[in-house]
Design a protein around this ligand. Structure first.
Ligand SMILES: Nc1nc2c(ncn2[C@@H]2O[C@H](COP(=O)(O)OP(=O)(O)OP(=O)(O)O)[C@@H](O)[C@H]2O)c(=O)[nH]1
Ligand SMILES: [Mg+2]
Length: 397
């Protein structure tokens, strides 16, 4: 059948276009990709897969953290607030060379949950020189500055004025009673050093704020704010995560000594202090409640100040750190509770923290979810039988 003229022209143009298409497809990759069958149907496929995407969207409440070398956004989480300067703060860890694995675990956890976005420095303290192994293992974990310091002899070891036979008899008696670290001199050195000296170490003098970290602790929640900046802005001085009861056999005369101090220097007491946390009868007796000092974020200027310096020297002069086994936890706690208004002592609910056997895990679902916490809320220490959290809550009611 013969084609008419327009039909022949149409087939000729069509043939030329097809020839051009095949030529361009073979020689020009972008043209080939753009005109392939799959790309031409992609729009249709996209429409269809839009609703089958199983990716979990980011939680809308979690603000992106600033990069470690940027200043964090406002503590209130207002991204449009002007950026604030970082606090003059450091982490501090007292440890032995053989604590290295526990120290690595703690720093890794802290970096993951907070510091990799901030880069706050670390200071490690030890009464012995640090091994190269310890320094290497720690330095591998962070880009933040790290300093390794040695403690001056007299700030660590039992002073010569302590009556050693009397101290030895006390250690034996405590050990016979099965009191933990009852026979340990080094534990007593550690408690006295943490009570009265760490903040005077030359490596710490340039800092105002510290966050105490111990080996073998875990930080369970991601922090979407900077606790140091929070402390500064809210005019806090001392912060804790766990409050619990002290073993009374380790501090038989501590409260009486503190009462003597209060009598001698009544001006040291802050108005509206937290005496009600320490005592159920207006200061007559100590109820054993204290802040667990293996976690602390605090202002070292408080420890360096006149009131605490006088307080520590008063306690130390009795020899109670060696004749008994006074811990830095009750000593710090009594000072914070008595010499500060209670509004300057802060409970950091958002900081999920575990120092076996105790753990603080935020009980409120929104805090726990926002922090992507790894802890079991049901196992939080807060309102367990050994907790003093209710004593703390009580004084604000
Ligand atoms: N350099 C040094 N550090 C010590 C010594 N004893 C304890 N520490 C550190 O002091 C802190 C408290 O000691 P821990 O042994 O953890 O005492 P604790 O928390 O009361 O008891 P644990 O339940 O055993 O953890 C930790 O950071 C230890 O690494 C010591 O003799 N030398
Ligand atoms: Mg410990």
């Amino acid at each position: 059948m013969a084609l008419n003229k327009p039909a022949r022209y149409f087939l000729l143009v069509l043939g030329l276009l097809l020839a051009l298409h095949f030529l361009l497809s073979a020689t020009h990759e972008p043209y080939s990709n753009a005109t392939s069958f799959s790309s031409l149907t992609a729009g249709w496929n996209k429409e269809r897969t839009k609703y089958t995407d199983t990716a979990v969207p980011a939680h809308p409440a979690i603000l992106p953290l600033p990069k470690w070398n940027e200043t964090p956004a406002g503590a209130a989480g207002n991204a449009s607030a002007p950026l604030r300067a970082r606090a003059n703060a450091t982490f501090v860890m007292l440890a032995r060379n053989n604590d290295v694995n526990g120290a690595v675990q703690s720093i890794r956890s802290l970096e993951d949950r907070f510091n990799r976005e901030y880069g706050y420095p670390y200071v490690f303290l030890n009464e012995e020189p640090w091994t190269d192994e310890f320094k290497k293992r720690i330095s591998a974990l962070t880009h933040a500055p790290i300093e390794f310091g040695v403690i001056p002899h007299d700030w660590w070891f039992q002073p010569s004025w302590v009556d050693e036979p009397k101290a030895a008899a006390a250690r034996k008696e405590m050990s016979d009673k099965g009191i933990i670290y009852g026979d340990s001199v080094s534990y007593r050195n550690m408690c006295r050093f943490n009570s009265g000296f760490f903040f005077k170490h030359e490596l710490l003098l340039k800092y105002k704020w510290y966050w105490r970290v111990e080996p073998d602790v875990t930080f369970h929640c991601t922090l979407a704010f900077d606790p140091f900046v929070y402390m500064e802005e809210q005019k806090k001085v001392y912060a804790f995560t766990i409050a619990l009861y002290e073993w009374s056999a380790t501090i038989p005369t501590l409260w009486d000594t503190v009462k003597d101090f209060m009598k001698k220097y009544p001006e040291s007491l802050a108005p509206d202090n937290a005496m009600g946390f320490l005592s159920d009868n207006n200061g007559d007796g100590f109820n054993m409640c204290h802040f667990w000092s293996n976690f602390e974020i605090a202002d070292m200027d408080f420890w360096r100040g006149e009131v605490y310096t006088r307080f520590f020297e008063f306690l130390d002069a009795t020899g109670g750190f060696y004749y008994e086994r006074w811990g830095d936890a009750p000593v710090h706690s009594m000072a914070a509770a008595l010499f500060l208004p209670k509004s300057q002592v802060h409970f950091f609910n958002e900081i999920g923290y575990e120092h076996p056997p105790n753990m603080h895990c935020p009980k409120d679902d929104d805090v726990w979810t926002k922090g992507m916490c790894s802890c079991d809320q049901g196992k939080t220490h807060d309102y367990g039988p050994y907790s003093c959290q209710h004593q703390w809550d009580r004084i604000f009611q």
